[in-house]
Design a protein around this ligand. Structure first.
Ligand code: ATP
Length: 225
């Protein structure tokens, strides 16, 4: 009998900062899909928003503090080592090189990000390199833009076990605990001098306080690179 392939989860994001809305669904996916690993990959330069106030190295350090001690969770700094805008399609290609052609890779994204998928660089190539696992996010509409819906329809699988039958190409909608938390909300609280406690791990909050991050008001959604 052939060995069951290892399934690798890839959770990319700005993580500005990482919070329980990332961490709890990630743990649920790790356990439900029986992933061998969940890789958190902070981007160096986000493609879809302005340059964060906090450096990529600081955001990576917050991710490392958040996942310390959780078996199966790893932090991956490959986007920090790559020049220019961080495109997920390039990240997946480099992971494919590392894991080889047979290992199933699962790109994990929230419904809000999935709805915007057709704005991502070389978006149709994503499914050539990885599966896509979509986690429902509170407040995000389930309805997809027509072009995306037509592209997604033949790839959707209702059954997580199909993710092990091929290395890439399937789309799975996976329910997760709904936590209406966003990094935007946390940055706004900190900028106002209010506490984001209980929205993110204490270890992350301690790093934020130690390094005096997110203190000054910052104009959101501006491309200020
Ligand atoms: P911001 O508020 O700055 O836009 P964010 O909270 O959306 O940040 P990101 O780092 O941009 O966090 O998100 C990385 C990934 O995690 C995306 O695919 C996003 O959809 C998903 N995600 C973020 N927050 C949640 C949440 N509360 N529930 C489910 N998925 C989430």
């Amino acid at each position: 009998m052939l060995p069951t392939p290892r399934l690798i989860g890839i959770l990319g994001g700005t993580f500005d900062p990482i919070h329980y809305g990332h961490l709890r669904p990630a743990l649920e996916l790790l356990e439900t899909l029986e992933l061998a690993e969940m890789r958190f990959i902070p981007c160096r330069i986000p493609a879809h928003r302005g340059t964060p106030q906090v450096t990529a190295e600081q955001r990576l350090a917050l991710v490392q503090a958040a996942i310390a001690g959780q078996p199966g969770f790893t932090a991956d700094d490959r986007e920090l080592r790559r020049e220019g805008t961080s495109y997920m399609v390039d990240t997946l290609a480099s992971l494919r090189d590392e894991f080889g052609q047979e290992t199933p890779l699962c790109l994990i994204i929230g419904t809000d990000a999935f709805r915007e998928l057709s704005t991502w660089s070389r978006w149709q190539d994503l499914a050539k390199v990885a599966h896509i696992v979509v986690m429902q996010r509170p407040g995000a509409s389930q309805a997809l833009p027509l072009m995306l819906e037509e592209w997604a329809a033949p790839r959707i699988t209702p059954d997580a076990s199909f993710l092990r039958t091929q290395p890439a190409g399937r789309i799975l909608f996976q329910p997760v605990t709904q936590l209406d938390i966003s990094a935007t909300q946390i940055r706004a609280l900190l900028a106002r001098g209010q506490s984001p406690r209980y929205l993110l791990p204490e270890a992350v909050l301690a790093c934020i306080h130690d390094q005096e991050l997110y203190r000054s008001p910052f104009v959101e959604n501006s491309f200020n690179s």
